[in-house]
Write a protein that binds this ligand. Structure first.
Ligand SMILES: [Zn+2]
Length: 343
């Protein structure tokens, strides 16, 4: 390991990522079950940082660069509906004479290749950008879409969250409030229905799950459901407790999504490969198992450290620890961008 390189501000090494992964396995699943533990306890973060766990500095630019370097992989889900995967959260494009309607926007360095992919889907303008939630790997190109003349549609909490500054401490990332031209321009509260390009779209708010800004996007005719980050297909999720995410909310969110799907629904996760009802059910069941095990250990009086040491997810790790978040910091390394794209 090149330690000099590791110390450079804008470089995330595998070791740092694994440290982050180890912390996040605790913070995402365990800490939300222990609202008074870990990061909610003053000094807990610095104790972990002192132990060498927390990434240093603002890793946002490094993460942008790493994710942005991932190529875009395109999959046709219907004649007028295309899934783009790679440099950030999964993007869906509904194209046709009414203009392009895009869900999520990848990270900033991927703009040129995203624009090329969009340009390859006909001459109609980019009419609308729908955002699944506030996180940067979904909202990062808002300003570009805004400048291209698109309306930016999101849940009302997304505008609120993007107008604030945030620290995602476990990832070592700081976010300043977004500039005015990078904020949603149209908001909804519970539900928003629309028709375009021969498709019926229904957008629905999901009460706090991954964040408090999550929405689903259902394409009724194509029978496609975009879940945003309420669904990480085949990997442990990141749950953003700083904007009211919780494992219980994530499970309730998965239940809500399952009710919208049938056995033929193509289910698009925020991260990971295209899924279906069976994959979403499996993911939901894993979350329920994880929660149950930790609750059992907690009610037996075990401390947070004892629970982590008991490795309650050891048997789940081979199947679910291949993504960004491993159940153990010693798990094998894979490049970060591949982790998030699930490839
Ligand atoms: Zn997210």
């Amino acid at each position: 390991m090149n330690t000099e390189r590791e110390q450079q501000k804008n470089v995330i090494t595998r070791r740092q990522l694994l440290r982050g992964g180890g912390v996040l396995a605790c913070s995402t699943i365990l800490v939300r079950l222990f609202p008074n533990a870990l990061f909610a306890r003053p000094g807990a973060l610095s104790a972990r940082a002192a132990a060498g766990y927390a990434p240093q500095g603002n890793q946002l630019e490094a993460m942008r660069a790493q994710m942005g370097a991932t190529p875009i992989q395109s999959t046709k889900l219907a004649d007028n509906l295309t899934l783009l995967m790679g440099p950030g959260g999964n993007v869906l494009v509904l194209h046709g004479p009414d203009g392009k309607i895009v869900v999520d926007s990848f990270v900033q360095p991927a703009w040129t290749k995203l624009k090329q992919a969009l340009d390859g889907m006909g001459n109609a303008p980019i009419k609308l950008l729908i955002d699944t939630h506030w996180h940067f790997d979904h909202t990062d190109n808002y300003a570009r879409f805004h400048d291209a003349g698109a309306v930016i549609l999101a849940h009302e909490n997304t505008k609120k969250r993007m107008s604030e500054s945030h620290d995602l401490k476990p990832l070592g990332m700081h976010f300043d409030p977004s500039p005015a031209n990078a904020l949603p321009t149209q908001m909804f509260k519970d539900r928003h229905a629309m028709q375009a390009n021969g498709e019926d779209l229904e957008l629905g708010y999901i009460p706090p799950a991954h964040t408090d800004t999550d929405i689903s996007v259902l394409y009724k005719k194509a029978n496609v459901l975009h879940c945003g980050d309420v669904f990480f297909n085949g990997m442990y999720p990141f749950i953003d407790g700083e904007t009211r995410g919780s494992i219980t909310g994530q499970i309730a969110g998965a239940d809500k999504l399952l009710k919208m799907a049938d056995n033929n629904t193509k289910i698009v996760p925020g991260h990971g490969p295209l899924g279906d009802k069976a994959a979403l059910t499996k993911y939901r069941d894993m979350l329920v198992t994880a929660r149950k095990r930790v609750q059992k250990l907690k009610s037996s009086g075990k401390s947070e450290q004892e629970i982590v040491a008991a490795k309650p997810f050891a048997d789940l790790d081979p199947a679910w620890g291949k993504g960004l978040f491993n159940g153990d910091a010693g798990a094998k390394a894979r490049p970060y961008n591949r982790r998030l794209s699930g490839r």
